[in-house]
Design a protein around this ligand. Structure first.
Ligand SMILES: [Zn+2]
Length: 82
C-alpha cells in the first residue's frame, strides 16, 4: 500500500478505488511527440488516480507508479537529447 501525505496539512492521503467512473476518466497526455518505444505498453495518455486528504479534504492526482517510471525515463532521455 502506497503512503502519501498531504503537502498542505500532512494529513493522510487515501487513493481512490478507481481512476475512472462511467465515462469520466482522468488522464495526462505527454506533451512530447511520438513515443520512443513504438510497442511500449504505455501510450500517450496516462491514468491519474485521485487521492483525497483525510485532514483537509483536498484531492490530489497522482500517476500510476509503474506508468510514471516509464514517462520519467522518457522525459529524462529527452532532456539529455538521447
Ligand atoms: Zn490535507
Amino acid at each position: 500500500m502506497e503512503n502519501r501525505k498531504c503537502p498542505d496539512c500532512e494529513g493522510e492521503l487515501v487513493k481512490s478505488k478507481t481512476y475512472a467512473y462511467g465515462e469520466t476518466a482522468y488522464f495526462w497526455q505527454k506533451p512530447w511527440g511520438k513515443p520512443w518505444f513504438k510497442f511500449a505498453a504505455i501510450g500517450g495518455n496516462l491514468k491519474l488516480f485521485p487521492w483525497a486528504c483525510m485532514g483537509c479534504g483536498r484531492v490530489f492526482f497522482y500517476f500510476d507508479e509503474k506508468e510514471f517510471e516509464v514517462v520519467k525515463m522518457e522525459y529524462q532521455k529527452k532532456r539529455v537529447g538521447l
